[in-house]
Design a protein around this ligand. Structure first.
Ligand SMILES: Cc1cc2nc3c(=O)[nH]c(=O)nc-3n(C[C@H](O)[C@H](O)[C@H](O)COP(=O)(O)OP(=O)(O)OC[C@H]3O[C@@H](n4cnc5c(N)ncnc54)[C@H](O)[C@@H]3O)c2cc1C
Length: 426
């Protein structure tokens, strides 16, 4: 039986592993992190520390919540990702959005994969009954402004377990949210090894022979006939570079900025996050309680139930690198122009709600959709494989995206990973 290694257990890795096992391969998933535990389990311990102003650097969260990794870039941008079984999907708000416009422009049509995903991964738009008064009012304000709000499809393993606690990004402790590791739990042909950080791919005679795993100072070589890298938009380029395969300084991250205002009894902190989305050219707008700002941004030092907040998530230009320690993510003039335009639209929404712009305050600039450092070109639209790689080494994550989407990428990453796995196992 042919042996495959999949590196990383996020959206791309779990989908690739499942497809390779279906194709009859013996698959080992190597995941750097451990089993995921939600932060919500210790949440009540955090409030006194927050009120005392002792949370002053976002990186501190890692001590309490090892699954959340923070890197900081220029302009104070805080990058968040998940390290552990399920990858960053464990921190996701569960938005299930198909956004393959830029892949289509390259000639890549994933309609078949999206159709399969519709029945393989539970998604629902049946959550309006859970919305609060404020959410409904915001929806109407968006409508009045012609912003065409649409109910967000959500990945939900079991909607009946969702209590709309509003803490999806801290991990779901109710078993309501769907995360990617469900794709590989109890699947014949898939073995998962956690605590295995892959350092590089072993190359021999122009082929990948396996990978090198680091256990502290010790090294282990894990052999394979096929290697698929799905270590995410920051992890995969690191492994490629360490294996002598050059990546590009074209990192995108989809910057996020929340704009908030005091609102008595808002309770947005205990609402389904991002219940609806307004899709604009190069950005989206959606109601979102920003826990990162709530804990670490001095401007947010008020009770969580008294904050109304709207998220801007935008596509950024392809420029940036990550070397494992330093994240460089400069924002271009065009990015700031997009942000300013989006901010004006959020002010218009607040005005509709009767809140003047001078009463609003900003959240912390953050991001969590890295990709683009090993982008596909039009000449790779059939094979989804670069000539820079040996024939038996593939990439299956957002590193392949040709540009930033400014949209939730999980669904599109899974569709792409599905196709990559099929091609790789053919
Ligand atoms: C707060 C937050 C909310 C989000 N909400 C949504 C949402 O609602 N909808 C949506 O579509 N997207 C959302 N996203 C983005 C989405 O979660 C990610 O884009 C997606 O999970 C990326 O999939 P991936 O497989 O490329 O990488 P990841 O899911 O990040 O998985 C990569 C995995 O590889 C592992 N890894 C890394 N390096 C190594 C190594 N060297 N060796 C072994 N393993 C390694 C990591 O530990 C990780 O488990 C959100 C992101 C954040 C931060």
């Amino acid at each position: 039986m042919r042996r495959a290694i999949v590196v990383g257990s996020g959206a791309g890795g779990c989908m690739a592993a499942r497809e390779l096992a279906r194709a009859g391969m013996d698959v080992t998933v190597l995941e750097a992190g451990g089993e995921f535990k939600p932060l919500t389990l210790v949440l009540n311990m955090l409030e006194p520390v927050r009120q005392a102003g002792l949370f002053f650097d976002e990186r501190m969260i890692q001590a309490l919540f090892p699954a959340m990794r923070i890197n900081k870039a220029e302009v104070g941008l805080v990058h968040v990702r998940g390290v552990g079984l399920g990858g960053t999907t464990t921190l996701a708000t569960g938005n299930a959005v198909r956004y393959d416009r830029y892949l289509k422009e390259l000639g890549i049509c994933l309609s078949e994969e999206f159709e399969e995903l519709a029945s393989e991964v539970p998604q629902t738009t049946e959550h309006r009954a859970m919305w609060s008064d404020l959410t409904n009012k915001l929806f109407e304000a968006f409508e009045r402004l012609g912003l065409d709000p649409q109910v967000t499809p959500k990945f939900m393993a079991d909607p009946s377990r969702c209590v709309a606690c509003g803490k999806c990004v801290l991990g779901c402790r109710f078993g309501a949210k769907w995360t990617a590791d469900e794709l590989i739990r109890n699947v014949d042909g898939v073995t998962v090894r956690t605590g295995c950080e892959v350092l590089s791919v072993v190359m021999e005679g122009g082929e990948a022979r396996g990978v090198v795993v680091g256990h502290g100072p010790l090294r282990e070589e894990v052999p394979a006939d096929l290697v698929v890298l799905s270590a995410g938009g920051l992890g995969t380029p690191q492994i490629l570079d360490a294996s002598g395969i050059p990546t590009r300084p074209t990192l995108f991250v989809d910057p996020v900025l929340c704009i908030a205002a005091p609102w008595e009894e808002a309770h947005l902190d205990a609402q389904l996050p991002m219940p609806f989305v307004s899709q604009q050219e190069d950005y989206i707008l959606s109601p979102y309680f920003d826990w990162l700002s709530f804990y670490f941004n001095k401007g947010w030092r008020m009770p969580s139930d008294g904050i109304m907040s709207i998220m801007i998530k935008m596509a950024d230009t392809s420029a940036g690198t990550f070397d494992g320690h330093h994240l460089s993510k400069p924002l271009a003039d065009a990015d700031w122009d997009t942000m300013v335009h989006a901010i004006d639209q959020v002010y218009a929404v607040f005005e509709q709600m009767g809140v003047p712009a001078k009463k609003t305050f900003y959240g912390t600039l953050n991001a969590g959709h890295p990709g683009g450092c090993f982008p596909l070109g039009a000449d790779e639209s059939e094979a989804l494989h670069s000539d820079l790689l040996p024939a038996n080494l593939y990439v299956a994550d957002a590193s392949l995206f040709p540009r930033s989407m400014g949209n939730p990428p999980m669904l599109t990453i899974m569709a792409l990973a599905k196709r990559v796995a099929r091609l790789a196992s053919a």
